[in-house]
Design a protein around this ligand. Structure first.
Ligand code: NAD
Length: 379
């Protein structure tokens, strides 16, 4: 089996999906080949020589990899010009963002290319080692606090000095999934006073165990989907949440929003009205900006100043720390490939009976195999 790694075309993407040290684990038998595009790891300090030393073959062009590899892996999405060169039956693996990239999905399907979307790896204990959403969200949660501290006109910790005592900044974190938990831990480590809220009731204990305060809001019936994701609130619940969170927002120096709904637009949790009541100099870091944002008026990859309140609309912040996020991403890919490739009679192939493959394979033989995505692309 030939597994190929392509450089990213998206100029905002800083990460790579394979670092040299993971190559040996991916090669399950001596006939396996790992193709890496020339210069693949250069931006992160990994030379072609290091990839070769660890057992990869350096291939001069992306075209050559696309035409020869059985399975082609990227961090992010594939582009039409790449798909055009691919023969049917090939497998592409990446964060394909299928609920939002519907044209791409249709194109892959029409070309009868198989597709594995990394976002669909189950959020289970077994699959944790391959869970790209979690590894990248941890880094993004850390990044959110660092971003906030850079824009904040105050320091985060308390300081008692001969010149006087400085109170710690107050940080309010909305949405306590993987990113939110890491943001709480980071803000606590930096000495901030931290409060947090999430609609999933199970989260309260986790917030408290990190030494933060859980903001209690009774929104009535709430819950989580079978996959563990938050369910969408009703209009009334959302309005109640916006109102109840107002006090926590306007007394905070930093608000970090991470509330996403898998496959859907993010809910607006902070309205313009609340922003207008926040203290001048306070910062909102909106980690949900990529899917519409949790803050009214937030713009992806921009800093919007509303009467002295800065709203930072963040893309995937894991991209700010590409060495560590690539290390984790590559570790996830290594674990995934170890799990889903079987070896029979000296030949490696994807094990289509594997539960992870069943969950992540969204297109097979020209058919979309996931009902939610089928609906999104209008089938
Ligand atoms: P996510 O990025 O989809 O969303 C972030 C958080 O926003 C979630 O905690 C969600 O409950 C919350 N949220 C949604 N709407 C909200 C609202 N209106 N107000 C406040 N908060 C709101 O979440 P994620 O980090 O990808 O995690 C999703 C789920 O997967 C969680 O239950 C998490 O614990 C679980 N998970 C399990 C494992 C595992 O078992 N191995 C690994 C990772 C994540």
């Amino acid at each position: 089996m030939i597994i190929g790694f392509l450089s990213e075309k998206d100029t905002l993407e800083t990460r790579i999906a394979l670092i040299p040290e993971h190559i040996k684990k991916i090669k399950k038998n001596e006939n396996d080949k790992i193709y890496v595009e020339s210069g693949y790891g250069e931006k992160l300090g990994f030379t072609n020589g290091e990839y070769e030393k660890n057992g990869a073959t350096i291939v001069k062009t992306a075209k050559e990899i696309i035409e020869t590899a059985d399975c082609i892996i990227k961090v992010g999405k594939f582009y039409n010009e790449e798909l055009e060169l691919m023969k049917k039956g090939k497998l592409v693996i990446g964060m394909l963002n299928p609920y939002f990239e519907t044209e791409l999905i249709k194109n892959i399907k029409t070309r009868k290319i198989d597709a594995f979307s990394l976002e669909f790896i189950p959020r289970t204990t077994y699959a944790q080692k391959m869970d790209i959403l979690s590894s990248q969200a941890s880094i993004a949660g850390y990044g959110a606090v660092i971003q906030a501290s850079m824009h904040n006109q105050k320091i985060l910790p308390m300081m008692m000095t001969p010149a006087g005592t400085i109170n710690p900044s107050k940080v309010f974190i909305i949405g306590v999934g993987v990113a939110g938990l890491q943001a709480i831990a980071t803000a606590k480590r930096l000495g901030a006073r931290v409060e947090a809220f999430d609609t999933r009731p199970a989260v309260e204990e986790q917030v408290k165990s990190l030494g933060a305060k859980f903001v209690k809001i009774d929104l009535g019936e709430m819950g989580e989907s079978k996959a563990g994701y938050a369910v969408e609130l009703t209009k009334e619940q959302l309005q109640l949440q916006q109102k109840e969170m107002e006090k926590a927002c306007i007394t905070s120096d930093v608000v970090i929003t991470t509330a996403k709904l898998f496959g859907k637009k993010a809910p607006i949790l902070i309205t313009k009205d609340v922003v207008s009541k926040m203290k001048k100099g306070s910062i909102i870091i909106d980690l949900a900006a990529e899917t519409g944002g949790n803050v009214e008026g937030s713009i992806l990859n921009e800093i919007v100043d509303v009467n002295g309140v800065k709203i930072v609309g963040c893309d995937d912040l894991a991209r700010m720390y590409p060495i560590h996020s690539s290390q984790m991403f590559s570790g996830n890919i290594k674990s995934l490939l170890e799990d889903i490739i079987k070896v029979e009679d000296g030949k490696s192939s994807i094990n289509y009976e594997n539960e992870i493959v069943k969950a992540g394979l969204i297109i097979k033989n020209g058919e979309i195999t996931n009902n939610g995505i089928k609906e999104k692309v209008g089938e």
